[in-house]
Every structure is written in C-alpha cells, then in structure tokens.
Design a protein around this ligand. Sequence first.
Ligand SMILES: Cc1cc2nc3c(=O)[nH]c(=O)nc-3n(C[C@H](O)[C@H](O)[C@H](O)COP(=O)(O)OP(=O)(O)OC[C@H]3O[C@@H](n4cnc5c(N)ncnc54)[C@H](O)[C@@H]3O)c2cc1C
Length: 257
Amino acid sequence: MSSGQHTLIFDNGVTDIADLVIGADGARSCIRSLVSSAMPQYCGVTIVEIQFIFVDDRHPEIAKLVGRGTIFALSDNKGLIGQRNGQNQIRVYITLRAPENWIVESGIAFDQPEQARKDLLRLFADWDNSLLNFIHFCDANFIPRPLYTLPTNHRWETHPGVILLGDAAHLMSPFAGEGVNLAMLDATELALAITNADDLKQAIHNYEQKIFPRAAKAAEESSSNLDLFISTGNAGKIAAEFFKKLMESGPPKDTQI
Ligand SMILES: Cc1cc2nc3c(=O)[nH]c(=O)nc-3n(C[C@H](O)[C@H](O)[C@H](O)COP(=O)(O)OP(=O)(O)OC[C@H]3O[C@@H](n4cnc5c(N)ncnc54)[C@H](O)[C@@H]3O)c2cc1C
C-alpha cells in the first residue's frame, strides 16, 4: 500500500494490515523477496546432525570428550564437531564437503538409522575410535542439512514497512557461531530504533545501518572459518591456533548497542 502499510493474507483466510512487517522467518524467508532479490546459495558443505540426550548418564565418555564447550576434529575436508547444549544434551555435526545433492547422491538412507550409521562410519573409516564413538553411539536420528548462505555483504535499499531480521537478513554458515547472537542483537537493535526515531521509515533506516556492517563482518568470518576448517590443509592445527587467539582476545568489543 502506498502508505508503507502491507496487507497480510494468511493461509487460513485471515487478513490484516500491518504498519511494519518484520521478516524474522529464517533461512527460507518469504518476506525477504519484498526487499531483496538475493537467494541463498549452497556453500559446498553438508552436515549430518546427530545427538545424545541424557548424555551425562548414558554416555559419560562422550560427555567427557566434549566437556562443557565444543570439540572440533577436522581433517581431509571433513569434520566431527561436538557441542554441549542445555538440558544434558550434546549435538554433533558430521561435516563434509559434498555436492549440493549429496543427500540423495550418497545413497545413504537417513531414515534408516542403523544403516545410515554404518554408511557414515565408512566415510570416517580411518579416524580415531574415540571420535567414531560419536557415530557409533549417537541416538538413532540422523538429520542431513546442506548449508546455504546469503552473500556476505547482503544489504538492500530501505523499503517502507518491511524489515528483515536474523537469518532472513544475513544467512551464514554456522562457522562463526554467531547466527543466534546476531538474531537477538537485531531484535534489540530494532526495538531501540523504533523507540528512538521520530518515524517508522527513519527507524527502519537506522536499524539497517546498524545491522549491515555487523552481519557482514560475521558472515566474512564464518565464510573464512569454513574455508579454513573444512579443508585438505592442516585444518586441525589452524583451528587450534584460531581458538587459542580467540580465547586470548577476550569477548568481542563491538557488540555494544
Ligand atoms: C547446523 C547449524 C548449527 C548452528 N549452530 C549455531 C551456533 O552454535 N551458534 C549460533 O549462534 N548459531 C548457530 N546456527 C545458526 C542459528 O541456528 C540461526 O542463525 C538462528 O536460528 C537464526 O534465527 P532466526 O530467528 O533468524 O531464524 P530461525 O531460527 O530459522 O527461526 C525462524 C522461524 O520462522 C518460522 N517461519 C518461517 N517461515 C514462516 C512462515 N511463513 N510463517 C510462520 N513462521 C515461519 C520458522 O518455523 C522458524 O521458527 C546454526 C545453524 C545451523 C544450520
């Protein structure tokens, strides 16, 4: 509508008129196309997500290996990346460089967990047994996810009445570990922009100017980490040095809002 308002038409037939449509609808955002023609592109890496629930009691050896943070085991364009989550769970990402349609091409039947387990173990046949235990003993649920990204410097012209937030605005691979942080910062930034500006158009513009550079920086970092970590080079050593530097530098200083 010329006022910048938008009419929303929901599947259940309900319609509404909104002053501001916030596209916080994730990687496959349908709101994104209102402001940008960018489409997510496959980044060359697919992960298979596995997990351990009640890990401390059921798999103390896995709990000990991952500890309270994250473990990265990287080599030969592959990785086993374990992450401590809340509620006594550990999630592991079986990571590999693969064609976009690898999920089908590989012939792995991800809906038949015991067969998938065997096939995935074959891909990591020469890896240490302590790491293969992730695949041997994980819960019987294998979720393959090809990773998609938007251009690292994704931005758009201010569009009255519509904004993007989180992955809808800046989808990146998880190798900077920033996606959730950025989405929460975006939301806070937007609330402040609306509160502080005289009108909605100015608020949208101010919000976008804040989030664009921050997201671009994280997206660059995520892209370069992916190239370093999932590589044929000395990925393990590079990752170790990277995390050492990260720990030494302390918390980031540019997240003040
Ligand atoms: C394998 C993997 C590991 C990750 N690890 C980390 C990590 O360690 N740390 C980190 O910070 N980030 C990580 N991320 C990234 C993080 O998950 C995302 O950046 C974050 O979830 C983005 O939040 P969001 O709210 O923008 O999108 P989402 O979490 O995708 O939420 C969007 C929501 O919108 C809903 N939705 C979509 N379309 C519609 C519609 N038409 N109508 C109604 N609802 C709709 C969806 O159902 C969903 O609930 C990881 C991502 C992946 C894939």
